[in-house]
Design a protein around this ligand. Structure first.
Ligand code: 7RM
Length: 632
């Protein structure tokens, strides 16, 4: 088991050691796992290409470490505790023994359907145990999983299937979501109708049992999995073999497939899980994220299971049947560590305190936050109403690309301060730079957040397009990984993440590229050009504001806005629907033709009084019209 830091002095000395001797430090962590062949070299890297290799030449399988390794000591301990959408339906548990058996069966079913090492398997599923089982089954045989959040549209799903040339999709018939059932299989059918030629099989998990259309490629999960042997040898993977692809939005173009590899991801997710959540052997840990996002990958599945934890998987939503559901579940299962997103906290806060006060939350010891900056009001409510002032809040900063939490307080060990992700984990070397790449030394400074040294779970490439990876993360500043975030270091050295400095917006903790939303809007036949910006939104953190130049006069604006929202839902999914749509005669542009987003952001934020110098614009006259029609 990797090291668990227990005191501030230990944090300080371990951190120092990790900087002075990163290879020695990470070798010690990695040695606590099972490897069928030990690495020849701990780290081999450069940020220029980039080419980053951890535990070079080592061979292992992440599921042997997440499952088999625990069988002797924790075989009967609950690995996955599943809580259904319906509060009156029974929860389900899988012990480590049972989970091991189920994963082996599913792995054998994948093999029987022609899936082998290196093949890509796409998941489009709700939060049911079969999702975790399927993901681990891929890892067992060396197939690469690509989980697509089940809120994305058929078009978005098809794009991802094609980009990774997946051989198989695994889905459910329907999802339970609050009071509704969502036809998931239908979305997969629609995606396949868009020409996903690489797909040979669709494996359908019977979830609600409602009728679904049936195609030649379709097979039932239970028909393929149930009769399989519970024994499946774990494919020995090179440390740098790909474990999974996960698509994430950037400031330009289509979402890119972030690639994580076996060895480094394994070591880092386990290490960070143990330390950030201070997990103890009998604890019940709950992360409310969806497995469709990196948080679910690293801190529902891999990190906790590698650490031998009991990890809860929740199928439902925070407000069904009412806004007390999270707290009811915390009470029911005596949850010790609770990890959620600021947007959920803000939404629940708005329903009033009675929902949280109704339940016994005395089991809680550590609270976590992730996905976006947590504002002071939400932090205080979380601290007082949920944690009763006794649970340190781990405000965890990280990204799909970082694979694991890089900056966070260590609960009970380092101090906490509202809005501050605070301190780097051991092995993490943050640096703030100015726009020219000069390091901002000392405290009480604000700049662009970069990392000057690799940690084991750093992004290796973007699938099928290494140049894009280099360009986006490693070319802005030489020999540094650029996060895309701005940050401030306070007078005591704590880090506060301010937010994205690029054209990525964060809506309810979901990352969205403004260009991606614009491309979707531009699919509407009456749109000439559009510009999308974020604006402060009380619950979502940021809302989506779209400025649109129509090709001809809009007679019925409400109808037009409806159609715009519909086209975005179709191209991306409901999470990308603009909150505000403003029809404009033109967009403010620089002489070189670049949209002046600074102006659009100000107008969208209701802050149009001081737009700064607009004299350099190509078309200063449109600014008045933009201001006049503002929806803020
Ligand atoms: C884990 C995850 C990454 C972006 C990142 C930030 C923002 C995430 C925090 C945060 C302030 C935090 N992956 N972000 N955590 N901002 N404080 N604790 O969210 O790839 O989907 O998003 O999210 O801007 O760059 S992600």
């Amino acid at each position: 088991m990797p090291l668990q830091i227990k005191s501030l002095d230990e944090y300080k000395s371990v951190y120092q050691r990790s900087v002075d001797d990163p290879e020695g430090f990470w070798a010690e962590q990695a040695e606590t796992f099972n490897w069928s062949k030990k690495w020849d070299k701990v780290l081999d890297w450069n940020f220029r290409e980039p080419d980053i290799n951890w535990f070079v030449g080592g061979k292992t399988n992440i599921t042997e470490n997440a499952l088999d390794r625990h069988l002797e000591t924790r075989g009967d301990k609950v690995a996955i505790l599943w809580e259904p959408n319906d509060p009156n339906a029974p929860s389900k548990t899988y012990t480590y023994k049972e989970l091991h058996a189920e994963v082996c069966k599913a792995a054998n079913a994948l093999k029987a359907n022609g899936i082998g090492k290196g093949d890509r398997v796409c998941f489009y599923m709700p939060m049911v145990p079969e999702l975790a089982i399927g993901v681990l089954a891929c890892a067992r045989i060396g197939a690469i999983h690509s989980v697509v959040f089940a809120g994305f549209s058929a078009t978005a799903l098809a794009d991802r299937i094609k980009d990774a040339t997946c051989k198989m999709v695994i889905c459910s018939d329907y999802n339970h979501r609050g009071a509704k059932n969502i036809p998931v299989k239908k979305v997969v059918d629609d995606a396949l109708a868009m020409g996903c030629e690489s797909i040979e099989t669709v494996l359908v998990h019977k979830n609600t049992g409602e009728d679904v259309a049936w195609n030649d490629v379709d097979k039932w999960w239970h028909d393929e999995v149930d009769g399989q042997s519970t024994d499946c040898p774990a494919e020995q993977m090179d440390s740098e073999d790909t474990l999974f692809i996960l698509y994430t939005s950037g400031s330009t173009g289509k979402p890119k497939g972030v690639v994580h590899t076996v060895g480094g991801y394994m070591v880092y997710t386990a290490f960070s899980f143990k330390n950030v959540f201070q997990y103890q052997e009998d604890d019940i840990y709950w992360c409310t994220a969806d497995i469709g996002w990196i948080t679910g990958h690293s801190y529902i599945i891999y990190g906790p299971l590698l650490a031998g934890a009991t990890t809860m998987m929740f199928e439902g939503v925070p407000t069904y049947p009412d806004a007390g559901r999270f707290w009811q579940v915390c009470e029911k299962h005596k949850v010790n560590q609770f990890y959620t997103a600021p947007t959920a906290i803000r939404a629940l806060m708005a329903y009033g305190d009675e929902f949280v006060e109704k339940y016994d939350l005395s089991s809680l010891r550590v609270l976590g936050s992730v996905g976006e900056p947590i504002n002071e009001e939400a932090w205080n409510w979380y601290n007082e109403k949920v944690g009763k002032g006794n649970c340190p809040i781990a405000d965890t900063w990280w990204q799909t690309e970082t694979g694991g939490i890089l900056i966070s307080p260590l609960p009970g060990i380092t101090d906490t301060k509202p809005c501050y992700a605070s301190y780097p984990l051991p092995g993490v070397q943050p640096i703030l730079v100015d726009p020219d790449g000069n390091e901002l030394t000392g405290n009480d400074v604000e700049g662009l957040l970069c990392m000057k040294f690799p940690w084991p779970s750093i992004i290796r490439t973007t699938y099928g397009d290494h140049e894009r990876c280099r360009q986006v993360y490693f070319s802005t500043f030489q020999d540094m990984y650029f996060t895309g975030d701005g940050a401030r270091r306070d007078k005591d050295g704590r880090l506060r993440i301010i937010g994205r400095v690029d054209d990525v917006i964060n809506v309810s903790g979901h990352r969205m590229g403004t260009a991606e939303v614009e491309n979707a809007i531009n699919e509407h036949p009456q749109v000439v050009e559009s510009a999308v910006v974020g604006f402060p939104h009380e619950i979502k953190g940021q809302g989506i504001y779209a400025y649109i130049i129509p090709s001809d006069d809009i007679v019925d604006e409400d109808q037009f806005i409806k159609e715009i929202r519909a086209v975005v839902t179709k191209e991306i999914g409901p999470i990308a629907k603009p909150d505000q749509v403003q029809v404009v005669p033109g967009l403010p542009k620089t002489r070189s033709g670049k949209i002046m987003r600074r102006i659009l952001r100000k107008v969208a934020s209701g802050d149009a009084s001081n737009l700064g110098d607009i004299s350099t614009l190509l078309n200063p006259e449109v600014v008045e019209a933009v201001k006049k029609g503002a929806k803020a």
